[in-house]
Design a protein around this ligand. Structure first.
Ligand code: NAD
Length: 435
């Protein structure tokens, strides 16, 4: 099939690459000229396992075409996906300006029937707004589909190739058929396509992210209580996760959720509630707990070094909001690092995906040094702080850590280690929700 994807970020590039892998021809449109020029030269600016290979392979075969020319994409595709960003606006609502401006530009170039499908996360009712924008600018026929994306950064290619389900928000049987044909190659392992009306599809995406964020905040709140009453959140996690009604996912206590989705989507849901006269009590609490948890962890470290902040150097492992991505948008690691910098501490940071350029921009007066190797960051540091749950941090050389740090102390915001093992290596160990 001939497809256009507008917005070639984490979602757009994975969508385009995976659809091309199934034999479709994809026009990839982005208004970021540098990004498109880089992609044409085989430079993929995001870290996502497996993506580079797929993109390069399909580009070579002519199934991926990169351009800034949206008209070319509209002229040469039956289905046009919107995958542009929908960040938070000042008031917490979802900023739809990119979605609506792309919709208007599509309409200006729409002369033949097309299906317009939104992958971006957009609040309930956006289908009406996009449809109105397009109708106001063209008389050409089109259908609109809400098709929210559920991939996770770090496993995005895998998630797209074998989705738990695909949500198709349209009640038009012909459009349902076309979308089912497009997604057919990804349904072979028993995944399901769920058809529903566009409003329910839009709401489903927020409901999913809200539910997952709520599980994380629940465990984080419980971790604070565990610390007070002498329980161990890791044992509690195993205890409840083995209940088939609860399951094991998204039960890890830590330094809170982050990234480009959960924080903004929880905020947007609260806003949608407020403009519709429904107080989103749970969503507000989930958000509050998340902020508390980040503050609690950062405060534990700043309290520990009270009176000597200016002389403290922290080695930090992990900058991204979670493992297997270079995404630092609303990363709890960034939040904590800012708190440390505000106190006058110095940071020596390492992250396997090297999202360092972002940090260099924000760099407060040269107080962040970045390293290509985690152990090099430890020299002369007063403590090691673990902020992201990368696999390579899980079984480190504790003896080397103990030798390199000025005083062997680890603050682990991800509960990566067995406290006994760390203690036996002669390291003072602080983690979340454990003694
Ligand atoms: P992103 O910021 O990585 O990518 C957005 C892209 O859109 C950028 O390349 C940007 O240059 C481009 N863009 C912006 N305005 C444009 C315009 N007018 N014309 C053409 N291109 C334009 O964002 P993302 O993380 O891929 O997220 C995209 C959407 O998908 C968001 O709504 C997000 O909530 C949702 N989503 C994201 C994830 C995720 O894990 N990142 C998962 C599911 C859903």
């Amino acid at each position: 099939m001939k497809i256009c994807v507008v917005g070639i970020g984490y979602v757009g590039l994975v969508t385009a690459g995976c659809l091309a892998e199934a034999g479709n021809n994809i026009v990839c449109v982005d208004n970021d000229e540098k990004k498109i020029a880089d992609l044409k030269n085989g430079v993929i600016s995001i870290y996502e396992p497996g993506l580079t290979e797929i993109v390069k392979h399909n580009e070579k075969l002519g199934r991926l075409h990169f351009t800034t020319d949206l008209k070319f994409g509209v002229d040469n595709s039956l289905i046009i996906f919107l995958a542009v960003g929908t960040p938070s606006a000042q008031d917490g609502s979802c900023d739809l300006s990119a979605v609506l401006s792309v919709a208007a530009e599509i309409a200006e170039n729409l002369h033949e029937y097309r299906i317009i499908a939104t992958k971006s996360t957009v609040p309930v009712g956006t289908h009406k707004r996009v449809t109105e924008v397009i109708k106001s600018k063209t008389t050409a026929a089109f259908d609109y589909v809400s098709n929210p994306e559920f991939l996770k950064e770090g496993t995005a290619v895998e998630d797209f190739m074998s989705p738990d389900r695909i949500i198709i928000g349209t009640t038009n049987p012909e459009v349902q058929g076309k979308m089912a044909q497009l997604y057919g190659p990804f349904m072979r392992r028993g995944s399901r396509i769920l058809f529903m009306d566009p409003a329910s599809a839009e709401m489903t995406k927020y409901a999913a992210n809200m539910m997952l964020a709520a599980r994380i905040s629940f465990m984080n709140e419980l971790s604070a209580l565990c610390e007070k009453v002498g329980a161990d959140i890791e044992l509690v996690r195993h205890g409840i996760g083995s209940d088939s009604r609860i399951g094991r996912s998204f039960l890890f206590a830590g330094i809170g959720y982050g990234g480009s989705c959960f924080p903004k989507d929880v905020r947007a849901l609260i806003h949608t509630g407020s403009i519709n006269g429904v107080e989103m009590t749970i969503a507000k609490s989930v958000q509050r707990v998340n902020i508390n948890q980040q503050e609690r962890f950062a405060a534990r470290i700043t309290d520990y070094f009270k009176g000597r902040h200016e002389k403290t150097i922290l080695a930090v492992w992990g900058l991204a909001f979670k493992a297997k991505t270079d995404d630092v948008r609303e990363s709890p690691a960034v939040y904590c690092i800012k708190k440390f910098l505000d106190c006058g501490m110095q940071i020596k940071a390492y992250d396997p995906a090297d999202p360092a350029p972002v940090f260099r921009q924000e760099d407060a007066g040269g107080k962040i040094q970045t390293f290509q190797n985690g152990y090099d960051a430890l020299d002369n540091a007063d403590a090691l702080v673990i902020l992201t749950d990368w696999q390579e941090f899980r079984n480190p050389d504790f003896e080397l850590i103990a030798t390199k740090l000025k005083k062997p102390v680890i603050f682990d915001g991800r509960n990566l280690y067995d406290p006994e093992i760390v203690k036996n290596a002669g390291i003072e160990y602080h983690s979340i929700g454990r003694q």
